[in-house]
Design a protein around this ligand. Structure first.
Ligand code: G3H
Ligand code: ZN
Length: 278
């Protein structure tokens, strides 16, 4: 199947009451692994890459690999720009064939966040692509972006923010964290309040480390997309790390790369299956 438009993916998820995992990739192996995990689970989701991870590659390369990785899929898979840090990255990903976009201007003051997010949303909508934005800030480490501020999403700002940005998905800060160094403390009552006033589906970043029961509970309150980065990166790094610990002369890159695809795909399959058990 071709990469599926983000709007179509969300419609499919709503129709079947699926939660959609968005799995972060960095390279060729993880991209193929994510597609394999979703295909083996026969469940839909996103391959996504953040601006910070587009250093060793570029949107065209990632889109080309993703197109090849999903071509045998019978489940819909979209390619999403995660934490898009600039309008230039957004434009490049639209041009490269990404099918869903996040513009993350959450570090800017409110009015600037709105202005930049709206600019990106209007651009992406000409490509027919849905746009995710973020209101509030997550603590933790997202690659080399470390944020200490725990600024939860204010329900009183949601309706204005969603309306004025023209977004199609809203990433929320409800005690979720990026990375594995901090423990998430998910505020379900806050998510319920946000869902009541938000006209677009919600996104939970920092999926790694959140107990399955909490994910299932969050799905009751407008959650459609759950981001996972660290859980998969750990599997990729573990594959090579264990081999090196066993043999410091290890140099068989191709076999370890193939093993890494297997290990990461198993984790992706496990997570997408868990999300949709309830
Ligand atoms: O945007 C990416 C995700 O929020 C990654 O979060 O590494 O805690 O799973 P995680
Ligand atoms: Zn994130």
């Amino acid at each position: 199947m071709k990469l599926v438009n983000g709007f179509d993916l969300m419609e499919y998820a709503k129709k079947h009451n699926y939660g959609l995992p968005a799995f972060n990739t960095t390279n060729l192996e993880m991209t193929y692994a994510i597609a394999k995990g979703l295909m083996n689970a026969n469940l839909p989701g996103y391959i996504q890459i953040s601006s910070n991870n587009l250093r060793l590659s570029n949107p065209e390369i990632i889109a080309q690999i993703a197109r090849d990785a999903v071509k045998k899929s019978e489940v819909p898979i979209a390619l999403h720009l995660d934490h898009g840090k600039s309008f230039e990255d957004v434009k490049a990903c639209c041009e490269a064939g990404f099918t869903s976009i996040m513009i993350d201007m959450s570090a800017l003051p409110y009015e600037e966040n709105i202005r930049e997010s709206r600019r990106a949303a209007e651009y992406c909508h000409f490509y027919g692509l849905p746009v995710e934005v973020e209101l509030g800030a997550l603590r933790g480490k997202e690659e080399d972006v470390v944020n200490e501020a725990d600024c939860k999403t204010d329900p009183d700002m949601v309706a204005d923010y969603v309306e004025r940005t023209g977004c199609d998905l809203l990433a929320v800060s409800i005690g979720n964290v990026h990375g594995l160094c901090l423990n998430p403390e998910i505020d379900i009552p806050l998510l319920e309040k946000i869902n009541r006033v938000c006209k677009v589906p919600l996104v939970l970043h920092g999926g790694s480390g959140i107990p399955k029961e909490v994910i299932w509970e969050c799905k009751k309150y407008g959650l459609i997309k759950i981001n996972y980065g660290s859980d998969l990166r750990k599997e990729f790094i573990r594959t090579f790390g264990e081999a090196y610990e066993e043999n410091h002369n290890e140099h068989d890159v191709i076999h370890l790369s193939v093993d890494s695809v297997e290990n990461v795909s198993k984790k992706a399959q496990e997570l997408v299956t868990m999300i949709n058990e309830h």
